[in-house]
Design a binder for this molecule. Structure first.
Ligand code: NCD
Length: 298
């Protein structure tokens, strides 16, 4: 037993360094498996229910691809508007239904704590694929796996997170996961989109230091990782506020010319305007590696 069998995955607070090393090792094995053989039958006969109440391309397809490549099957519910949710079915009842047909439930839902609610009602394991502005633990795992793979080690790195740090769940989970390592944090955002207090509290109580700034030029010269995020339009109640901040940060060739030769640019995707297409062929662009690694880690 590796400690994960039958367990829910709801928050990155469940992981320590030993567990992360174990997961990254398995991720590496999965990469070799897919590259050499394409698929295997490790999960033959198992069924995953993929329950998405919010839009998704990468997260839902990579969970699906992971299951299919390991010989399992998937019940995809990507259009909840065509499910009984539209008839007013509650989350507990939907979860109870799906667990009677499947062995594991992946859920993405707009409310913070929804994955934990689903896990409370389900006896089968539940994996949080994003609970509103809360967490996105499997994204943080694949992000960290990508950093380790690209830069060799995580200790000693200066990590700049840029953009919508308030509503971006990927940066919440990634920050909380990174406190397991000796890293320095720089949080770059407009004033109205600063990192929430509960995440800052985790940084402080783990003894890490951090810098907050609005200007990406303050850190571009010595960052090892530039993790930029989309401004989360769907979380704003006032669209004028969104319009005011939406294009504040753009990674373009001019900005990249100020960065270290070994820095990597990361983005959970989808991008809107945050990264110019001219960067896609820069060897420092790591966002396409992230999306591939998602399948191996999941
Ligand atoms: C992110 C998400 O859904 O939180 N996407 C993803 O899972 N890769 C980021 C985003 O939507 O901006």
């Amino acid at each position: 037993d590796n400690g994960f069998y039958g367990r829910d995955i709801l928050s990155v607070s469940q992981f320590d360094r030993a567990k992360l090393d174990y997961i990254f090792g398995v991720g590496e094995e999965m990469r070799m498996l897919v590259e050499r053989f394409g698929s295997a039958d490790l999960l033959q006969g198992k069924i995953l229910a993929n329950l998405f109440y919010e839009p998704s391309t990468r997260t839902s397809s990579s969970f699906m691809a992971a299951m299919l490549r390991l010989g399992g099957q998937v019940i995809p519910i990507n259009n909840v508007q065509y499910s009984s949710v539209t008839k007013g079915e509650s989350l507990p009842d939907t979860v109870r239904t799906l667990e009677s047909y499947s062995d594991v439930i992946v859920i993405r839902h707009p409310e913070v704590g929804s994955a934990a609610t689903a896990a409370h009602y389900a006896s089968k394991p539940v994996i949080n694929a994003g609970d509103g502005v809360g967490e996105h633990p499997t994204q943080a795992l694949l992000d960290l796996f990508t950093v380790q793979e690209a830069l060799g080690a995580i200790d000693g790195l200066k990590i700049a997170m840029v953009g919508d740090l308030k509503f971006g769940r990927t940066v919440h989970s990634l920050t909380k996961l990174l406190v397991n390592y000796g890293v320095e944090f720089v949080f770059v955002s407009p004033d109205i989109l600063r990192m929430p207090k509960d995440v800052i509290d985790v940084v402080n109580s783990s003894g890490h230091s951090y810098v907050e700034t609005e200007d990406v030029h303050d850190c571009i010269g010595d960052a090892d990782v530039l993790y930029i995020t989309r401004v989360q339009k769907e979380r704003f109640t006032d669209l004028a506020e969104y319009e005011a901040v939406k294009d504040q940060y753009v990674v373009d060739p001019a900005l990249m010319s100020k960065a270290k030769q070994r820095m990597i640019v990361m983005h959970p995707l989808p991008r809107v305007n945050e990264i110019s297409y001219a960067i896609d062929n820069d060897p420092r662009a790591a966002y396409f590696d992230q999306m591939r690694n998602g399948m191996y880690i999941r």
